[in-house]
Design a protein around this ligand. Structure first.
Ligand code: F6R
Length: 308
């Protein structure tokens, strides 16, 4: 097994993955279920697809309205995650139109419509395999936008000094990352929080505009130990000016500096994947600085074993 960086950099290959969920089925609402690194695909998607109501779920609570009018998409890299299996079983019993995205496991046996993805990766580094079927099936991405995403990921693979610098600043400054996201990509910011958790093994904070202006703004001004935090704003080209204005005014009133990490490209696919990729690289280099294994998720696995 090579260094985990190879797995991150290999994301570029996933831009060629073109299998997709069939969105031409008749349905009235979409429910996407997934936990952790698998669930993030549904979370990102739910803020982007606006033709039908979409929710993503990552808990034992199950919406009553799930029935034959529901397109239920179950996402689990391993195909064996307890919460996901339980929810999928319920969705099948309720007569929902069920699809699964998985590399195998129990899920691939219980669901008829399965998008099978390659085995051997960490769920969180298979984001292209998990998200492309949703973006392509729904029409939010196409060959051209995935090509743009691929080219920009390649660019980042060649040159990402800035990501190492950010990791160094967090590490040598003994900082806790606090990430600010902006709709419609607020869950891309959440993804970075989870990458700091799983890759770098550090706690991290996440919030998003404009909502944070109605709560976080207070402690951003006066919390104790403000110097503990490293603020990252995940912006993107053609972001609505109102968000940048809010960010600027908030940082002025509350007196904090932030690092802007900007997504690349015009298309939604390129912006999502380059933003994710930059975060993956930062969290990887931070893990290396800390001397922890970015791939290792033994504790999560032990927890799953003890619960089973
Ligand atoms: C990410 C990771 C976890 C899993 C989560 C669910 O790399 O290891 O966040 O994604 O425990 O497991 P799966 O994805 O197999 O359903």
């Amino acid at each position: 097994m090579g260094d985990y960086l190879e797995e991150i950099i290999d994301k570029v290959k996933q831009m060629d993955f073109k299998d997709s969920i069939d969105f031409s089925l008749k349905f009235k609402n979409i429910v996407i279920f997934g936990m952790g690194g698998s669930g993030i695909a549904g979370k990102i998607f739910q803020d982007l697809f606006t033709k039908f109501p979409v929710i993503s779920i990552d808990s034992y609570e199950f919406p009553q309205y799930i029935d034959e009018n529901t397109l239920f998409i179950s996402i689990s890299y391993s195909g064996n995650t307890e919460e996901t299996i339980r929810a999928t079983d319920m969705a099948i019993k309720k007569g929902a139109k069920v699809w699964a995205i998985t590399s195998g496991g129990e899920l691939s046996k219980m669901v008829k419509n399965v998008i099978l993805i390659p085995k051997g990766l960490q769920p969180r580094s298979s984001i292209g395999y998990l998200l492309n079927p949703l973006l392509l099936g729904s029409g939010l991405a196409d060959d051209d936008s995935l090509k743009e995403a691929k080219e920009n990921i390649e660019k980042l693979n060649r040159e990402h000094e800035e990501m190492k610098i950010i990791a160094d600043e967090i590490y040598y400054g003994n900082k806790i990352p606090a990430i600010f996201g902006f709709p419609p990509y607020k869950y891309v910011a959440y993804r970075l929080k989870t990458q700091f958790n799983e890759n770098s093994k550090i706690l991290a904070y996440w919030s998003y505009f404009p909502e944070l202006n109605h709560n976080d703004t207070m402690p951003l001004k006066s919390t104790y130990r403000k110097e503990l935090f490293y603020f990252i704003a995940l912006t993107y080209p053609n972001i609505n000016e109102i968000y940048l204005k809010r960010l600027k005014i908030t940082s002025e009133i509350c007196d904090f500096n932030y690092k802007e990490v900007r997504a690349m490209g015009e298309s939604l696919a390129s912006q999502i994947y380059t933003s994710i990729h930059q975060g993956d690289l930062i969290s990887y280099y931070l893990a290396k600085r800390r001397g922890v294994d970015p791939r290792d998720v033994n504790i999560i696995e032990e927890l799953k074993r003890r619960l089973s």
